[in-house]
Design a protein around this ligand. Structure first.
Ligand code: C2E
Ligand code: MG
Ligand code: MG
Length: 758
């Protein structure tokens, strides 16, 4: 989960960084394109300016040569000859369309033959006088304003060159015209690129006007192009942006010409990048310009390319991150699944149960049965055939449960051989039938490896909402009911109100028992055991509990609680130590040795340090080991026979006797007698009760006594209440008698009195 969130955080961060990077990249890209265009335009301007200057210088020279040859060398030559010379020169210089001579007063004297003969004076004409005058004072050729020369029906750029004698006196002026019509091959040659506009401007005249001499894209009328000066606003606008870029004035530039470039955006010329160069000698501005639109177009192409690449990369990264996130999520889900499931059976576990119970409750409309299943004698299989066989059976049981219940019924492995099922609410009759089917199904034979196993199941059932609503309570009630079913085995039991009060009592007993030893509520009573010759054999120690809240509680009612709640070890040690100490004291007081029988719970017996602790207690009291018997209840000892057997042998080896208590009430009584190291059989009171009037019970007791004799065991009749019973039992050769006939269990003081009486 954490990683998943982080992955998207990294992704967002990466996206922001990439976007910033893209914007920066585009910014520098735009700057680069702009710089490239600027350099290009400056370069073009430089080249155009240089070539125009070179060409004009050539023309300057030509006019000088022509003028000098006419005025100086051939003073006497005729008009006709001059015209002939002009024709020849024009033929060889196709860029020139007219040639002529004027005197210093501006009167045209001769002109090339293509010019219509009429009286022309350049000094008196408004359009020509300013430049004509300029030519008289200039050493160089003077380039004049483009105008329509009607004598030849052409737009021309006029050239004037004054010719001087050696003293510097003006002899005359050579005049010429460069053809400036649309598609003039000569001028168009300056146009280096189709999308660059070349403009030649004549520097400011006496009226402060700036006129175009040439405009490479002559789309509009030539009158508009050449007759109207450049607008003043445009001029001041250019001045401003020039200054703000170069930090000096145009005037300075005129003095020290160099190629510059400006971005000019105005209504007159649109949005352009313009290169500018001043040709000082001929007072001309050369400008090469390109539209900013071009820069924008190139930039947009780059933008599209970059953004496409960016989006593609973004998509690839997104897919990558998405797949990582998805796989992380899958891992998370798998982890959750693992935590919520049992590894052996793959069934959901308690964690799953608590996480999902609300969903199931909704599904069941809060009406359902909780089944608590516990396999019968599963421990035996584990012990006898190993854990692998046990595991295989558990897996098979889980499979059967999955097959048996629907998807809507939650099956939980509670742990060990216990399972919980939340079953759909059907009526009581149907669930009983269903559970009976389930028991049959679970107890069908299991083929594991080469062996066949049979296993039973005990099921306790609690119903929601009838028995309880709270989940914990329902589980506990079903568990209680399961214990009831366990008494019969391979059966089921519904929770009942009776069990509830029993349960409540049990809970209270457990609670009160915890403090009982410290509160000195427990003590020992001793019941005498008498030999058939009426002498004392010994006593049985019986624990007693008087509680403030519960009153007198019989051992039947609390020993099993102590066993189930882990209190038996402490209680058992109290019983052993107290009995040994008290009986030793009685024996010493009366100088009498007799036997002591102590009841031992199997739970006690299974404690690892049981025997060492017992021996320690015996040594502490200096008790005679051969006068000690441990009573073990038969029904309990069978289930865990394999575990108990070695301990029993160990005990016997230490010279301590073992008695099988309540003999005859268990199941496989006779068969285990051979295996167990037993010194004494205690015939249960339920048999003794009936011997006087029930022949078959009498026979049963007789055969128990005989069996005992055969195995060299002593037999003890428990709960003898009349002399008739004793006489009958004596006739059957019973060895020892214990019961109310002789005495009820007695306190230590009462026991002393009893023994003193003899
Ligand atoms: P148990 O070992 O079979 O003990 C004999 C029970 O029969 C005792 O009941 C005793 O008081 C009773 N009894 C003896 N003679 C007669 C008689 O003539 N008539 C009648 N009606 N009853 C007679 P108690 O003391 O209530 O003990 C019940 C069971 O509790 C015992 O059965 C024993 O299994 C267990 N128990 C008692 N004390 C201890 C103990 O210290 N440790 C352990 N582990 N279990 C004990
Ligand atoms: Mg007993
Ligand atoms: Mg008994």
């Amino acid at each position: 989960m954490i990683l998943k969130n982080n992955i998207w955080k990294i992704f967002y961060l990466l996206s922001i960084v990439a976007t910033l990077f893209l914007v920066t990249l585009l910014y520098f890209n735009y700057k680069g394109i702009k710089e490239r265009y600027t350099t290009q335009v400056e370069y073009y301007t430089q080249i155009v300016a240089q070539s125009i200057e070179a060409d004009f210088m050539q023309k300057d020279m030509l006019l000088s040569v022509v003028g000098e040859s006419i005025f100086k060398e051939c003073k006497s030559s005729s008009k006709a000859k001059t015209e002939e010379l002009f024709s020849l020169i024009l033929k060889h210089n196709p860029s020139l369309v007219t040639l002529g001579l004027a005197d210093k007063n501006g009167q045209v004297l001769v002109s090339s033959s293509n010019v219509e003969k009429k009286d022309i004076n350049l000094m008196t004409n408004d359009k020509t006088s300013y430049d004509f005058k300029r030519s008289l004072s200039s050493d160089h050729m003077v380039v004049s304003r483009t105008y329509y020369f009607d004598a030849i029906n052409e737009w021309i750029i006029p050239l004037r060159k004054a010719i001087r004698d050696d003293d510097g006196n003006i002899l005359g002026v050579v005049i010429a015209g460069i053809k400036n019509s649309k598609n003039s091959n000569y001028l168009d040659a300056f146009e280096l690129s189709k999308n660059k506009i070349v403009v030649i401007l004549k520097d400011l005249d006496d009226k402060g006007n700036l006129y175009k001499l040439y405009y490479s894209q002559q789309n509009s009328s030539q009158i508009d192009l050449y007759e109207k000066p450049i607008k003043k606003e445009l001029l001041s606008h250019v001045k401003e942006i020039f200054y703000s870029k170069y930090k000096y004035s145009i005037k300075e530039l005129r003095k020290r010409p160099k190629t510059i470039s400006l971005f000019i955006n105005s209504d007159q010329i649109g949005d352009n990048i313009v290169g500018l160069n001043y040709v000082k000698k001929y007072k001309l501005w050369i400008s090469v310009g390109g539209s900013v639109q071009e820069i924008k177009e190139e930039f947009s192409r780059e933008v599209i390319l970059y953004i496409t690449m960016f989006i593609l990369t973004f998509i690839i990264f997104f897919i990558l991150f998405k797949s990582v996130a998805v796989s992380e999520k899958r891992k998370d889900l798998e982890l959750i699944r693992q935590v919520q499931h049992d590894t052996l059976t793959n069934l959901p576990n308690r964690i799953y149960m608590y996480e999902n119970i609300q969903n199931y409750r909704k599904l069941y409309n809060n009406k359902y049965f909780v089944l608590y299943l516990d396999l019968d004698n599963f421990k035996n299989i584990n012990d006898k055939f190993g854990h692998i066989a046990g595991d295989d059976i558990l897996i098979e049981v889980a499979n059967r449960l999955n097959m048996f219940f629907t998807k809507d019924e939650m099956i939980i492995r509670q742990g060990g051989d216990e399972f919980i099922v939340f079953a759909n609410n059907i009526n009581r009759k149907e669930i009983e039938l269903k559970i009976q089917d389930l028991i049959n199904y679970i107890s069908k034979v299991y083929h594991i490896g080469k062996r066949d196993f049979r296993i039973g199941v005990s099921i306790g059932i609690a119903e929601c909402p009838k028995d309880a609503k709270n989940i914990e309570e329902l589980l506990s009630l079903a568990d209680t009911a399961m214990y009831q079913a366990k008494k019969i085995k391979n059966s089921y039991s519904f929770f009942s109100e009776e069990m509830r009060s029993l349960n409540a009592f049990r809970t209270e007993v457990e609670h009160e028992l915890r403090g009982a030893i410290e509160a000195r509520e427990l003590w020992m009573a001793y019941q005498p055991q008498i030999n058939s010759d009426e002498t004392l054999y010994g006593v049985e120690a019986l624990v007693r509990w008087q509680n403030k809240k519960l009153g007198f509680v019989a051992p039947d009612k609390f020993i099993y609680v102590a066993e189930e709640s882990g209190l038996m070890k402490e209680l058992g040690e109290f019983i052993i130590q107290t009995s040994l100490r008290e009986i030793k004291m009685v024996q010493e007081e009366l100088s009498l040795t007799f036997n002591l029988s102590i009841n031992i719970s199997v739970v006690q017996l299974m404690e690892a340090d049981f025997l060492p602790n017992l021996l320690k207690a015996i040594a502490l009291e200096n008790f005679n080991r051969s006068s000690l018997t441990l009573e073990i209840t038969e029904s309990l000892s069978i289930e865990s026979l394999d575990d108990v057997l070695p301990i029993l042998y160990d005990i016997q080896e230490h010279d301590i006797k073992i008695s099988l208590d309540d003999f005859g009430t268990g199941y496989s009584s006779l068969s285990i007698l051979r295996e167990l190291p037993i010194d004494e059989l205690k015939i249960d009171k339920s048999f003794i009760d009936k011997i006087l009037y029930d022949e078959s019970e009498k026979n049963l007791v007789d055969s128990i006594i005989n069996i005992g004799k055969n195995f060299h065991m002593k037999t003890l009749a428990e709960g003898v209440e009349s002399i008739e019973q004793i006489d009958e039992l004596k006739r059957s050769n019973c060895d020892i008698f214990q019961g109310y006939y002789y005495s009820k269990p007695l306190s230590r003081e009462d026991l002393i009195k009893f023994l003193r009486k003899g």
